[in-house]
Design a protein around this ligand. Structure first.
Ligand SMILES: Nc1ncnc2c1ncn2[C@@H]1O[C@H](COP(=O)(O)OP(=O)(O)OP(=O)(O)O)[C@@H](O)[C@H]1O
Ligand SMILES: Cc1cn([C@H]2C[C@H](O)[C@@H](COP(=O)(O)O)O2)c(=O)[nH]c1=O
Length: 208
C-alpha cells in the first residue's frame, strides 16, 4: 500500500494538533483534492467507543492499554485509512503509531521491541508517509490542558507536569519514518510552517 498520502500529527497534550490538522484539512481540500480527516483513538466505531471507555476506565494494565490501542489501529487502518488511500484520498490523522511508542513506550515503560512486535502481529505496523511532530513550551501546553473544560478532559490526559514534560522529551528523541518537527511558535506561524513543509513534501515527491 502506498502511504505517501498518509499524514499524521503527533505531539504532547495541548500542543495544538487538533487546531493545526483542521487548518491543513481546509487548505488541502481547497488545493489538493479529496481528504479524509480522522483521529486516534477514534476514526471508527471501535475507536470512538475505545476513547469513551478510556475516559472512564483508568485501571487497565499498561500492556492491555497498549493492546487496545494497537487493535483499534489495525481496525482503523483496514476499514478507513487503507480504503481511503486506495481511492486516492489524502488521509490526515490526529495521532497514530508514534503516540503508542511515546506514551506506552518511552513514557510508560514498554520496550520498543514489544510495541513493534505487537503491531506486526496484529497487522498494524504502518508508518505514515509524513508525520508532523508539534513541539511546545511545556509550561504553556500544560496550562492549556489544565484550562480545558472538564467535559473535554479524559483520564489519559490527567498527567502531572513531570509526565507532561516526559512526553515532550520523548517526542523530541523518538524517530520513526519521515518526521517534520515544528518548533513552538504562534498559531499562525505554526500553520504557515506546516503548510510550507507539506508543499515541499509534495514537490519532493513529484506531486504525490
Ligand atoms: N501555538 C499556540 N499558541 C497559542 N494557543 C495555542 C497554540 N497551540 C494551541 N493553542 C490552543 O491550545 C488549545 C489546545 O489545542 P489543541 O486542542 O489543538 O491541542 P491538541 O494538541 O490537539 O491537544 P490534545 O492532544 O490534548 O487533545 C486550543 O485552545 C488552541 O487554540
Ligand atoms: C493513539 C494513542 C493515544 N494515547 C493517548 C494520548 C492522549 O493522552 C490520549 C488521546 O487524547 P487526545 O485528546 O486525542 O490527544 O490518548 C496513547 O496513550 N496511546 C496511543 O496509541
Amino acid at each position: 500500500m502506498d502511504v505517501k498520502r498518509f499524514v499524521t500529527f503527533e505531539g504532547g497534550n495541548g500542543v495544538g494538533k487538533s487546531v493545526q490538522i483542521q487548518k491543513l484539512y481546509q487548505r488541502l481540500k481547497q488545493e489538493w483534492g479529496p481528504v479524509c480527516l480522522t483521529r486516534e483513538p477514534g476514526g471508527t466505531d471501535f475507536g470512538e467507543n475505545l476513547r469513551t471507555l478510556l475516559m472512564r476506565t483508568p485501571d487497565f494494565s499498561l500492556k492491555t492499554l497498549c493492546s487496545l490501542f494497537v487493535a483499534a489501529r489495525q481496525y482503523h487502518w483496514k476499514h478507513v485509512i487503507a480504503p481511503a488511500l486506495e481511492q486516492g484520498f489524502w488521509v490526515l490523522c490526529d495521532r497514530f503509531i508514534h503516540s503508542t511508542f511515546v506514551y506506552q513506550g518511552l513514557v510508560g515503560g514498554l520496550s520498543y521491541d514489544f510495541i513493534k512486535l505487537l503491531h506486526e502481529q496484529l497487522d498494524a505496523y504502518v508508518i505514515p508517509g509524513l508525520t508532523f511532530v508539534l513541539e511546545s513550551v511545556p509550561t504553556e501546553s500544560y496550562a492549556r490542558c489544565q484550562n480545558r473544560e472538564i467535559t473535554k478532559k479524559n483520564h489519559l490526559d490527567q498527567h502531572n507536569f513531570s509526565t507532561h514534560c516526559s512526553v515532550e522529551t520523548a517526542y523530541k528523541n523518538f524517530n520513526l519514518g519521515n518526521i517534520v518537527r515544528i518548533p513552538p511558535c504562534s498559531l499562525k506561524e505554526t500553520e504557515e510552517k506546516i503548510w510550507k513543509s507539506f508543499q515541499n513534501y509534495v514537490l519532493d515527491r513529484g506531486g504525490v
